[in-house]
Design a protein around this ligand. Sequence first.
Ligand SMILES: [Zn+2]
Length: 324
Amino acid sequence: MKILAQIFIFIFLFLTSYNMFLNFQLSKFTFIDNQKNNKKVCIILIDGLRLDAIKYMPFIKKQINEKKALFYKSSCFIPSLSRPGYVRIFSGSSTKINGVSKNFYPIPSTIPDIFLLSRKKGLKTALCGYYWIYELYPFSFNYKYIYFNDDSNIFTKALNIIDKHKPDLILIHPMKVDKAGHKYGGISLNYKKACIEIDNDIQKLYEKIKNYTIIITSDHGHKDKGGHGDDNLKCLEIPIIFLGNLKDIKFYEKVSTTQLDISPTICDILNLPKTPYMEGKSLVICNNMTFQNKKFKNINKVPVALILISSYVSYLATKIIFRK
Ligand SMILES: [Zn+2]
């Protein structure tokens, strides 16, 4: 009984203090104009998609060839792993700053992400993705569909959410390409098949959400024989693609990009303030102000501090509650 109470108090204290810390940071950002600009963004993060896998995706390839989509050859960083990749993409900060360097790190990220910034501005956010993203950002989404293993209907779920709630920023995060990569390798027939299936899903979605700017990218690539994490070129090369509603958005073309550029770009599209942790550059030509205040020092130590304090307080609390 005592141990259960301790766990409960610990989780409550940890999440509450984490939420307070995030809100404290957000309170320091200037949300320049509070008018919504009616832009909507749909991020499709295809887990484990190699740059050269685009050749297996006829719809996307056609959009690029017909100049209806903008394609950037981009790169991720070491470790070329999923959870570190998610945090780099959604916070715009490098692994050194955000501290999320492992896949098995089920602790919320202490750096404000683009979804939380959107919510703070009054925009609606949605997630259809793997539970790791929800673990990183438990307070960032208005609407969510989270899966643990089976991602087969996430595009349908995403369309349901879009129809019903019309979120301003939605993340769709399929895992099947990564799974095929691990099981059969990055040049296997099964990997190719998974890419074709996702391409088909994207085409169907595209037809139905013409008012959304769609961003397609990946957290990391895959080796020919499968697997990722190190500095193998096939793990580090990823695509960034913009398609759908690109009206009134001017992009810098033919520039070199990394996955750190995605967050500041979305900030410019949705007119959100950038956080001081964003180390990349926006791919959109505009002169949105960047938040200039200093970064919190050693932000990657904050989760450890919160865990220590929460454990100690929950220990003290149960000692008082269960005293004889
Ligand atoms: Zn993987």
